[in-house]
Design a protein around this ligand. Structure first.
Ligand code: PEP
Length: 255
């Protein structure tokens, strides 16, 4: 059985004081839900603090982006080798905000996933369609194109070590989550596509849902057969909400 994974994406939020309170609350509660794996992906300047405060707790940590290069003349970039030195377990790759605001292409997202994996961390690769694409009936086509770029970049062996996050762009930060049925349909499509590469891989790989996940909708989403946890933005900044989502993961896991 796939172990539920709940990952917080802090985006560009935080301060030393707020982080300390948030991390203390999350890490003290997370021990109550041993069947769920949890992690937070913090902005780069806070990784040292996050490592210090989460070391020895069940909560893992990670980053929200990585360079595809390991070292060199890339001013302003952060190397996957450096993230590894911070003890990062996860790196979010290809978040829609990176694809849209920073023009990251499918090929670049694939190269970043390779770089993260080859530096010993797990990429959480995001895919998802815009509202226009959904309304035009192009969801399957868009998600398949994004996924195929990852499959091509990684190949079957490496693919087994990634996490995929389906994040419909129209649901991110809007308060309008995909319904459990809408999300399940896309998760099933992703798993089916992965099964075309390797059936065992498709069974094992974790596919997270992201997009306005809240305590009130997490249970129904996590109850879907192909939803293995969540990538949580806004609600990961509120300790009680993030913990409630982890708790929903535990209920789904034990159901
Ligand atoms: C995200 O940032 O990846 C996300 C899903 O945000 P939110 O949960 O706020 O929609």
């Amino acid at each position: 059985m796939r172990r539920t994974l709940v990952v917080g994406n802090w985006k560009m939020h935080g301060s030393f004081a707020d982080n300390a309170d948030l991390l203390a609350a999350i890490s003290s509660q997370a021990t109550r839900f041993p069947e769920v794996e949890s992690a937070v992906c913090a902005p780069f300047p806070y990784l040292a603090q996050v490592r210090e405060l989460l070391a020895g707790t069940p909560v893992k940590w990670g980053a929200q982006n990585s360079s595809e290069h390991v070292a060199g003349a890339y001013t302003g970039e952060v190397s996957p080798a450096m993230l590894r030195e911070f003890g990062c377990h996860y790196v979010i790759v290809g978040h829609s905000e990176r694809r849209t605001l920073h023009h990251e292409t499918d090929a670049l997202v694939g190269a970043k996933a390779v770089a993260v994996l080859s530096n010993g961390m797990t990429p959480i690769v995001c895919v998802g369609e815009t509202l226009d694409e959904r309304e035009a009936g192009h969801t399957a086509q868009v998600v398949t194109r994004q996924l195929d770029a990852i499959i091509a970049a990684l190949g079957a062996d490496a693919l087994a070590r990634v996490v995929i996050a389906y994040e419909p762009i129209w649901a991110i930060g809007t308060g309008r989550s995909a319904s459990p049925e809408q999300a399940q349909a896309v998760h099933a499509l992703i798993r089916q596509r992965l099964a075309g590469v390797d059936a065992g891989l498709a069974d094992d790989i974790r596919i997270l849902y992201g997009g306005s996940l809240k305590p009130g909708n997490a249970g129904a989403l996590f109850a879907q057969p192909d939803i293995d946890g969540g990538l949580v933005g806004g609600a990961s900044l509120v300790a009680a909400d993030f913990v409630a989502i982890i708790m929903a993961g535990q209920s789904a896991q034990s159901a």
